[in-house]
Design a protein. Sequence first.
Length: 102
Amino acid sequence: MKLYFIKHAPTGGYLPEPAGRQGRGGSHVEPVDANVTAPRIFRSERAAKIALNFWLKGKHMHSSGVYHDYEGNPDYWEETEIVPVPTRRREDMAIVERTIEL
C-alpha cells in the first residue's frame, strides 16, 4: 500500500495531522519533527497535492453566524479569509511516497 506525506525539505519536518474539530485546521499547522508528532498521512498523491496547495496559500480563517432582521427572521452568514504566510514556499516542500507491506 502506498502512503504519501508532505515534507519540509530544509528542516526535514512533516506537516502533522490538524488538531481542530473534525480534522479541520490543516492550513494552520507548521512542519514538525516526525519523531515528536505523527505526520499527516494521505492515501493518494492527489490528496497530498491538494492539501499542500491549500496550505501554501496561507491560513484559512472562517467565520459564521446568525443575525435577526427587524421582523425577527434569522439570516445566516459565512465568510472565509485567507491570510498569507510569507515563509511558506513551494520549493521548500515535497510530496514523499512510502510503501507499506501488509
